[in-house]
Design a protein around this ligand. Structure first.
Ligand code: KE4
Length: 419
């Protein structure tokens, strides 16, 4: 496939944008080669600047549950454009969107709209600390919650030790407010609470991890987090930026029947526009300014365009909830065949092909993958018009726009790689 224009634009981009991209994973550093500059998307496909087309399993990293340019979203945007782009004042539609989220995600009695998943998790952490008057937070290795300073940490040497900064620019003091533990390890969480329970404001978790690749919760893990946080007076925060409206209409909390105290959402609720949210128990959310002492604000929070796209998306999903069965079936078809030496994890319509013969249940097992071979697999598929996530440690997504033909084409190309 030709890539001259992508190459030329990537050279030009690197002169003015760090790494030539506005988000690191897009630079293809996990797989090598030149990132494709995308011109447009339609349904299950994207089209690059060299005229190539690909079946797209990235879907803008999760928002595009209905595929590219779904009619309800595009029509809603066309209509709202006639009224303006931003007012910095309350609008009826942002209330309707908050009500829809609260109705569909039962634990979210109150909701605050923000612009990105990072803003949502940063705000939820500040709120948890403000509500409990405690400083420490537990997160899990391999989980990503946006580029929040205190969450860019890796686990200390032993269990339950305080975090070590995993990015330049994060002060040691910030990193040390976070305890990073192995995902799916109940004993590690029990130990951390036994040692510091009275100082722990919250546990934040991706209830189904997408950011080390797709890793489901082990049986009993989420239940243990719920019980331990309740016992020690800490808050349980489900980061459902990726799983919200993805693994079920009501997200992972509906799929697994666990009620967190706070939830963060993003991606799908904006239908591809910058929209995220945090919310949960009303007694906690009432601590948020201007009602309470926990400050959080945003110029474009509840932006009319993003709200219109999000409303159209959620109204469509609520009216067509049968879509989740179709997504499940399509993704099951895609991952039914497990290549030799590969482990496939899937929850709903999010999945990852791990290049490891062993089960992948946490970061320790995920990082054993043969990332070089994954890179070859990525490019083999790309050359055949299939675009999966350019990193072993990301989840792929099937959308409602992916046809059975798309799935067959993809499986055929994947089988050829392993022949
Ligand atoms: P944003 O700030 O990128 O909107 O959301 C951060 C975030 C928070 N929580 C979860 C569970 C997330 O998956 C994300 C962002 N996900 C990545 C994909 N692994 C976004 C892709 C990117 O960083 O470019």
């Amino acid at each position: 496939m030709k890539s001259e224009r992508s190459e030329a634009w990537f050279t030009r981009a690197q002169a003015v944008i760090p790494g030539g991209v506005n988000s690191p994973v897009r630079a293809f550093r996990g797989v090598g080669g030149i990132p494709r500059f995308i011109e447009r998307g339609q349904g299950s496909r994207i089209f690059d600047t060299d005229g190539n087309s690909y079946i797209d399993y990235v879907g803008s990293w999760g928002p595009l549950l209905l595929g590219h340019r779904p009619e309800p979203v595009i029509n809603a945007l066309r209509e709202v454009l006639e009224a303006g782009t931003s007012f910095g004042a309350p609008t009826e539609r942002e209330v309707e969107l908050a009500e829809l989220i609260a109705q569909t995600v039962p634990s979210m009695e109150m909701v605050r709209l923000v612009n990105s998943g990072t803003e949502a998790t940063m705000s939820a952490l500040r709120l948890a600390r403000g509500f409990t008057s405690r400083d420490l937070v537990i997160k899990f290795e391999g989980c990503y919650h946006g580029h929040v300073d205190s969450l860019l940490v890796k686990g200390g040497s032993g269990m339950a030790t305080l975090g070590i900064a995993d990015s330049a620019g994060v002060p040691k003091a910030f990193a040390e407010t976070t305890i990073s533990l192995p995902f799916n390890s109940i004993s590690a969480v029990e130990k951390a609470f036994a040692e510091r329970g009275g100082q722990i404001a919250a546990v934040i978790v991706e209830p189904v991890v997408g950011n080390m690749g797709c890793v489901p919760p082990a049986p009993g893990f989420l239940e243990a987090l719920r019980e331990l946080t309740a016992r020690y007076g800490s808050l349980l925060i489900f980061d459902e930026v990726m799983t919200g409206f993805r693994v079920a209409l009501g997200g992972a909390q509906q799929r697994f029947g666990i009620q967190p105290d706070l939830t963060t959402l993003g991606k799908i609720i904006g239908g591809g526009l910058p929209m995220a949210a945090y919310g949960g128990r009303a007694d906690i959310m009432k601590k948020v300014a201007p009602l309470g002492p926990v400050y959080q604000a945003g110029t474009l929070s509840g932006n009319p365009l993003a709200v219109a796209a999000g409303l159209a998306m959620l109204r469509y999903l609520i009216a067509h909830a049968e879509i989740y069965a179709t997504l499940e079936a399509r993704a099951a078809e895609l991952t039914a065949w497990t290549p030799p030496g590969v482990t496939v994890n899937r929850v709903g319509s999010m999945f990852t092909f791990f290049f490891s013969p062993d089960r992948v249940t946490d970061w320790e097992s995920a990082k054993k993958c043969d990332t070089a071979r994954f890179g070859k697999f990525f490019h083999f598929l790309l050359e055949r018009g299939v675009y999966i996530a350019p990193s072993q440690f990301e989840a792929g997504f099937v959308s409602a726009a992916h046809s059975e033909e798309d799935i067959r084409t993809t499986v055929k190309a994947a089988r050829e790689f392993f022949q």
